[in-house]
Design a protein around this ligand. Structure first.
Ligand SMILES: [Zn+2]
Length: 117
C-alpha cells in the first residue's frame, strides 16, 4: 500500500521524480529527460501511497468517512463507538441487502446513522 522512496526534482526541466527505495543507485536518471543526478549522502525517506490505495480512497469516499468520524469523535464527551459501512437485511440473501449505512456511530449514548458521499 505504501512505498518507501526518495522524491527529487530534475535540475534540467524541474520534473518531479520519485525513486523507489529498491531502485536507489549512486546516480539517478530523470524519468523524462534521462539526465543523471548524483544521489545525496544523507537523504530523508518519504512514503508514497500506491495508485490502488489512492483510487480506493477516492472511489469509496473513505476520506469523507474519516472526516465525519473525526468530527463525531471530537464532539464526544464521554463515549464514542462506530461501525463502518454496513449492509442490513431481513433475509439470509447477503447479496441483496435491504439497506446500507455508510457509518453508524454512538456518541454519548446517541445513535447517529450517516450517509457519506
Ligand atoms: Zn528531467
Amino acid at each position: 500500500m505504501l512505498f518507501q522512496g526518495f522524491p527529487w526534482t530534475c535540475r534540467a526541466y524541474q520534473h518531479r521524480d520519485w525513486t523507489d527505495f529498491q531502485a536507489l543507485k549512486a546516480s539517478l536518471a530523470c524519468d523524462v529527460c534521462s539526465v543523471n543526478v548524483e544521489l545525496l549522502v544523507g537523504i530523508h525517506w518519504y512514503f508514497q501511497p500506491s495508485e490502488f490505495l489512492i483510487e480506493k480512497l477516492r472511489s469509496y469516499s473513505v476520506l469523507s468517512l474519516v472526516w465525519v468520524l473525526t468530527a463525531l469523535r471530537e464532539r464526544a464527551r464521554s463515549s464514542f463507538m462506530y461501525v463502518g459501512p454496513t449492509c442490513f437485511g431481513y433475509s439470509e440473501d447477503y447479496d441483496k441487502p435491504n439497506a446500507e449505512a455508510d457509518l453508524l456511530a454512538i456518541v454519548d449514548g446517541e445513535s447517529i446513522l450517516c450517509e457519506v458521499s
